[in-house]
Design a protein around this ligand. Sequence first.
Ligand code: FMN
Length: 306
Amino acid sequence: MSIDLSTSYMGLTLKNPIIVGSSGLTENVDNIIKLEKHGAAAVVLKSLFEEQILMDIDSKRMNNIFDSYSDVENYVGYYTKQHKINSYLQLIKDSKEKTSIPIIASINCDSDGEWVDFAKKIEEAGADGIELNIFILPSDTDKTGQEIEQVYFDIIKSVKAVTKLPIAVKMSYYFSGFANFAKQLSETGIESMVFFNRFFSPDIDIVSKKVGSSNVFSTPDENSMVLRWTVILANKLNCDIAATTGIHDGEGVVKNLMAGANAVQIVTALYQNGIGDITIILQEIEKHLEKNNFKSVNEIIGIANK
Ligand SMILES: Cc1cc2nc3c(=O)[nH]c(=O)nc-3n(C[C@H](O)[C@H](O)[C@H](O)COP(=O)(O)O)c2cc1C
């Protein structure tokens, strides 16, 4: 029996539910070609940071003011950032040319500053969507929850004003009323939410007595929080959900789809087991569906949530 693994995510048709999440795995075209070969249905490119884009804008202003840079160090700094931005756009173009899977660009941001115009360039370069990694740890004691939530609305509004690309918002879970906030956000016209952003987890080295960060890689038990919020919200939001964090195998993918996710994003498992793991995970999904008499991925999306 052949199983239809395809799914629809942020208005895009994916050949299966596995998206390779934003990371070092998606920062060069050769790797993206390999990811496609092993079965990835789409990739989210490594994030470009808001500061990198703003630097580029500043460098152009500097160019207008001065005939030449007086400060060589500044020049080198600006050149490096500008180069990063140009190479990001080139990465989108090359990936579109050399693969046939959707390419989702990613911006890591915490304000709706001038950087948003860059979303237009991302669209012109041929990306299929934009993932906004709105990265705000609510650590400012002077900021209220409402002020922080407003930043999300402002960013979405500004980005939507310059591009027609589908937008996914990679979410944090640090909100006092997450369900209500997520519902409101889903009504802004975004196409998807990604549950969740993975902040660096703090750890303390008891010898140096310094705060550092623990593992950048996830463990499967971290997925339970994603499952919780996907089950709670999947039927209530006006947008898709992509589940990410702690999904390491076929069983993990099936669980998150059953919870109501339209697709999943995987990173750690591919760093740890190699990108060939995508093929294995796809086989595991297919096997599970076949054994349980399902004919398609669509049949299981949200099935644990009905
Ligand atoms: C080495 C590494 C680099 C990452 N870089 C980014 C990034 O640039 N932007 C982003 O949104 N997420 C980034 N992430 C987070 C992943 O996209 C993903 O959300 C997270 O690792 C959880 O998925 P996992 O459990 O499959 O690893 C990175 C993760 C790793 C391990």
